[in-house]
Structure formats: C-alpha cells, structure tokens
Design a protein around this ligand. Structure first.
Ligand SMILES: [Zn+2]
Length: 687
C-alpha cells in the first residue's frame, strides 16, 4: 500500500547530489556519458539520494517520453542512471523543470506566461526565453510526463524547479489565467485586479494545486510521495517561487557559505527536513571548480544546522564528469559523515534572533537590513537565529526587528507577550505607525511617542551608556546614514543621544562628502532608548542602525554600536568566543552534551552577506578565496562557556574528528578552553 506521509529518510542524508547533465537538443555528441560510471562516482562520494535531471530549461528530454515521439534521445539517459543507482542502493529523485521549457514553449506558444498585452516576460540572462503558465494546457502536459516518470522508473520523489511565476504583478494575463481567475474568484475580472491580494492568492492557488497533483502521481504508482520545489521555505529568491506550502522538504539555493548559515537557521525553525544547495563549481553548470576549502566550508556550514548539503555537480553536455571533482567531494563528504552522530538529532542553542520577512514581495525590499543585522550578530559571535516572521520568539532572549518590516496587529500581540514573559526586543526605525501616519504601533512597548521625522538624511549617535562604548569604540559621535525619528520619552530612558549636523548638508551648505560635522554641545535628544516592561525590556533606535553607509569598509562604528546594544540587552551570553569577525559559531544541544561548530569564513568569498545591490558587496570589502589549503589559518582561539546558561558542567571538551582533548580552566559559572588554530572548521564536543 502506498505511504502518503513524508518518509523519514528525507531528513537523514547529510550530503546529497544534484548532477546537472544539461545537454540541449543542439548537442551532437553525448558519447562521454556513462551511467554505470556516474553511479559509481555517486557511490564513491557517498550520496544516498541524488536529484537527476529529466529535462532542464531547454526542454530536451533525457528519457524517451511518450509525449514526444518525434523528439527522442539516443538512449534513456535518465532511466539508465536510476537503474544503476538502484543497484547500488542510491535513491533517485526526478528533477523536472516546471516553469521553463524551451521545447514545450516553442511548440505551444499558447502555454506561455504573458502580460496584459500578450508579451513575454523578460528572461534575458536565462538560457530559456520561455516561462510556462500552469493555468494552461502545459500543466496537464507536465503532470502527464511526471506520471510517466513515476510509472516507468523507480524514483523516490520529484524535485520541481522554477515552480512559481515571476514575482511581478504584470504576470500572468494569458487567456487561461483570465478565464481561470474569473472562475476561481466569481465575477471578478483579472485585468481589474492587477496587483491585488486576490491576484496573488490565485497564483498561489494554481501552484499549490499543481504540487498536490504531482504528489498524487507518485502515490498512484506506489512511489515515496516526496515532492520538493526549489525555493520552498525561505522567501528570499528574487526571480521566482512565491512562497507557498506543499513541499516535503524546505529547499534553498544558497551558493555562499554565509547564506548557507543564514537560510539554514531560517529553515530550522520550521521543524521539517531541509536542504541547502550550493555547487562544487563556481555556480550551476560552470566549467570551473570551486576551491576544495570553500566546498568543505559550505558542507560543514549546512550540516551544522541539521540540514542536508545538496551539492551541484556539472556534467559537460557531452556527458563528461571531472574525476578530480569526484575525488575531492568523496574526501570532503567522508569528513562530514565522520561527524554524523554529532549532526543528527540536535537542538539549536540561541541567545539572539533576527526577524526575517516571511513574504517574498516584502523580502525584495527589506533584505538589505535583515542581512545587515545577521552580519552584525554573526560577526559579533552571538548564538543567533533567523526567524520566519514573528514566530518562535521564545527560542532566544533577545529578538531584533530590522527597520521597515511590516508588523501586523497579531505580531504586535505576540511581541507584547514575549516581552511580558521576560523577552528583550531591539527595534529600529522605521517601525510601523498606526494608520501609516499616526503613533507607533508598538508605542506601549517602546516607551516613546513619535513626534515627527528629522529632515536630514544623515545623523550622529552619541552613546551615554558606557556599555555601548565597548570594544575599541571611538569617543567621537557615530555617523548614521539614516533619517531619524524625533521622539519624546514616555517611560523609556535614553542610552544614546541623537546629534544633528551643525548645519544640515545641502548643495549650498556642503564642506565635503556625505554629511556635515556634528553639532557641538547639543541638547539631549533621544537616540537609542530602553524601556523596561514586565520582566523584559525594549530598546529602540530612532536611526536605522542597519542602514548602509558607502564608507562601511572603513567605518565600523555602527556595527560595533549595534553589537554592543545586543550585548547590553542580552546581559550574559551562553558562550563567548574571542576571534576575528570571519569566524562563525554554531551551538547545538544533543542530550546532555553541547556541540559547538566553528566555521572560518576566511575561506569564503566575502565577509558579509550579499544583497542584490553590487555596491553592498563593495561596501563590505571583498576578500579573496584562500585556496592554498592552510590548516593553521588563525591563531588559537579562546572559548568561554557559561556553565549556568548551557546547563552543563563540562568535564571534557574534545575536538572532533582529531580526538584532541582540551584542558578546561576555571570552575565557577564560566569555564574556558583554548581551541587550536581553526583551519576551515572545527567541531567541539562538550560533555
Ligand atoms: Zn497564464
């Protein structure tokens, strides 16, 4: 009898393969393809599950589909791989490109996504100019092909790529969508509803119905009912995948070890299996390999959070695989698997959480400030979570709400309960106001009242609480590339003053770049306030601390101020690491022991999370990938453990897999160990 729930194996493989055999119809020679040799390669790497392409965006089918009798491949590339893997005990999941199919789109232009004028979306930069509409006959074609795959081959699930429309209100207005919307919504006309919530709901409806039908196809043929779609779970993909439910596993393309850790934390809140994707080459389907060090860093960054590291591997269009890539992946995955018992079945330990948007449309706007706060807390070595909206607040003692995030009435109630129960909030401007232009929605929590907006685009912040001046902070006022709210205190106290420019800068009053100098001897005006409320407290910054300054690379002061503010609100960390900002710390609990992962992003491509603006990366200061394979990259690190917070009295701290035992110093509420030079990563078992 068919099983209809998610099988347990889905969350248990630490590393998974995603070979890309993209070989469009125009390729004349596929003679390097060898299904037995590739299956042997996957076995050597240690994959238990592999996502195999059935067709990519070009639409060339790698199996002899009944639907396309005139366009058959020379041999059954897909079927041979599935059979060879089955002989080796490796499960095959069938990758199917849903949203893009050049072949189907060219044969059936009536199946294409169109705007109100009948024009196609701009897909420049993609190798496929087609975007297929699931309201059209294409949905039946795709479901028919997937039914064929489930019937003919021993597959363990389907992996749907580009399962979503462009995140753009201009699509889709094809005839099928117009008709379908009117039937779904009653009498409403789609053209009148452009950009409305109903239009977005209709898009979600079409896609979630499609996903349900793909699962039914698997159940019908007794296959494991595993459906995964690209982008499931984390609303940050910019081109597609409006977030919707229905995936058995969260699945996110990351392609950066910092993003792997960020999205991994985000997914982990959902208590579902999740995979984090990156490539062994510099990007998908690229002829150049990433350095071994970077691949290893990404593999450990993903698995530290209990996720599956799904690695992209390129076949050339002729079918060739890089033997060197296979060998080094085998070496890296064997290191990951050696830590298996420490990676599976753990719970995260968090001190701090950054609220992320849970809406793809909003995320396109607010990602820079969310990522900036994530950078602040990661570089400050806090144990941090990335929250899926205003959920799972209780998992940490401090919650940070980046500026510009929508906060609904329900969210505000959750925040009130969190603070009353002893939670601490950090809120920065801009924060929602009632009716858009009234008092602050969170006025009772903030303990300040909104009095207006300062007219200048630049301000200074002058900490008055010594705790905010820690860690090498300058004594000068700190410049913020941000507007400022003018507020009056209503229960809160000031810990930082807002300071204006001595003359607001404009074209007639400009000495040099950016902003004019700060006022001397300014009147005290609230800049950062703290409101103690119930068992908790709420900090509010009238400037956006996460705003990006073109001089960020030489002006660390708002980063330091923000980190000091987090420290002040937290009171006491669960652990303290003395290391440079490129070292990331992850801590998990597993029964009576704690497992600490230290990841060295000096081997990564960038010191800060990238956003969609290239200038943000430049502002963060690009570093060069270290590819020489050093093992002694940093000095020994000091790690202090808060015995009370961690709830364990360590008698041993062991570095794995080396097995080196570290001397534990101190016997009070804090104990201390010296971690040997880090290399790419280290895992410590504390028990
Ligand atoms: Zn359509």
């Amino acid at each position: 009898m068919a099983i209809e729930s998610t099988p347990t194996w889905l969350g248990e493989d630490l590393v998974r393969g995603m070979p890309h055999f993209i070989s469009p119809a125009w390729v004349k020679d596929r003679s390097h393809f060898d299904a037995a040799a590739t299956a042997a390669a996957w076995e050597k790497i240690g994959f238990e599950v592999v996502h195999f392409l059935t067709k990519h965006h070009d639409g060339f089918m790698l199996w002899p589909s009944e639907f396309c009798p005139d366009d058959q491949p020379e041999i059954d590339y897909f079927g041979q791989q599935v059979a060879e893997c089955a002989r080796r005990g490796i499960k095959s999941i069938a990758y199917y490109s849903v949203g893009h199919d050049n072949w189907a789109g060219s044969k059936h232009p009536e199946w294409l996504v169109r705007d109100q004028h009948g024009d196609l979306p701009d897909t420049s930069g993609w190798n496929s100019p087609t975007w297929m509409c699931l309201s059209s006959g294409y949905a039946d074609f795709a479901l028919g092909q997937m039914e064929e795959l489930a019937r003919k081959y021993e597959i363990s699930g389907l992996w749907l790529d580009i399962c979503g429309l462009p995140v753009d209100e201009n699509y889709c207005f094809c005839d099928n969508c117009r008709r379908g919307f009117t039937e779904w919504a009653g009498a409403a006309n789609l053209d009148n509803m452009k950009g409305s919530e109903e239009m977005w709901q209709y898009k979600l409806h079409i896609h979630s119905e499609f996903v349900k039908k793909t699962r039914a196809v698997l159940v019908k043929h007794g296959r494991d009912p595993v459906v995964i779609f690209n982008g499931a779970g984390a609303p940050y993909n910019k081109r597609y995948a409006q977030r919707f439910e229905g995936s058995d596993s969260e699945s996110s393309e990351c392609h950066d070890p910092l993003l792997v850790g960020t999205i991994g934390r985000l997914h982990r809140n959902m208590h579902k299996p999740f995979e984090l994707l990156s490539c062994s080459e510099t990007t998908w389907v690229h002829p150049v390999l990433k350095p071994d060090t970077l691949v290893e860093l990404e593999a450990f960054a993903a698995t530290a959070h209990g996720g599956t590291y799904t690695v992209g591997i390129t076949h050339t269009p002729e079918g060739w695989l890089s033997p060197g890539n296979i060998d080094r992946l085998a070496a890296i995955t064997s290191k990951v698997k050696a830590n298996r018992d420490l990676l599976i079945g753990t719970e995260p330990i968090y001190d701090v959480g950054v609220v992320s948007s849970w809406d793809n449309r909003e995320m396109r706007r607010v990602m820079p400030q969310i990522w900036r706060w994530v950078d602040f807390v990661r570089q400050g070595h806090f144990l941090f979570n990335v929250l899926p909206g205003f959920h799972n607040l209780e998992a940490q003692r401090v919650v940070i709400i980046p500026g510009g995030l929508h906060i609904g009435d329900d969210d505000a109630d959750r925040l009130r309960r969190y603070v009353e129960g002893g939670g601490n909030l950090i809120v920065e401007s801009p924060t929602p106001r009632r009716g858009g232009d009234g008092g602050y929605l969170l006025a009772d929590l903030l303990g300040v009242e909104y009095d207006g907006l300062s007219e200048s685009q630049w301000h200074f912040m002058e900490p008055t609480d010594d705790a905010l001046r820690e860690d090498g902070m300058t004594d000068d006022p700190l410049m913020a590339a941000s507007t400022a709210d003018i507020v009056t205190l209503n229960g809160a106290e000031t810990v930082t003053n807002l300071v204006h420019q001595f003359v607001p800068m404009d074209l007639a009053h400009m000495v040099w770049t950016q902003a004019n100098a700060p006022q001397q001897d300014p009147a005290a005006e609230p800049g950062i306030t703290i409101h103690r409320l119930g068992k908790g407290s709420v900090a509010f910054s009238v400037c956006q601390l996460s705003s990006r300054d073109p001089k960020d690379d030489t002006s660390p002061w708002l980063t330091t101020l923000s980190q000091n503010l987090v420290e002040l609100m937290l009171g006491e960390r669960s652990l303290e690491l003395t290391a440079g900002p490129l070292v990331e710390v992850v801590a998990n609990r597993q029964g009576d022991r704690a497992i600490v992962h230290l990841l060295n992003h000096a081997y990564g491509p960038a010191p800060a999370l990238r956003t969609w603006q290239a200038s943000d990366v430049a502002g963060a200061g690009y570093s060069v990938i270290q590819s020489r394979g050093e093992t002694d990259f940093t000095a020994a690190l000091k790690l202090r453990l808060n015995v009370v917070r961690l709830g364990l009295k360590p008698t041993s701290v062991t570095v794995v897999p080396d097995g080196e035992s570290l001397e534990i110093r101190g016997d009070g509420d804090w104990v201390e160990v010296t971690v040997p030079p880090l290399g790419i990563h280290k895992t410590l078992v504390i028990e």
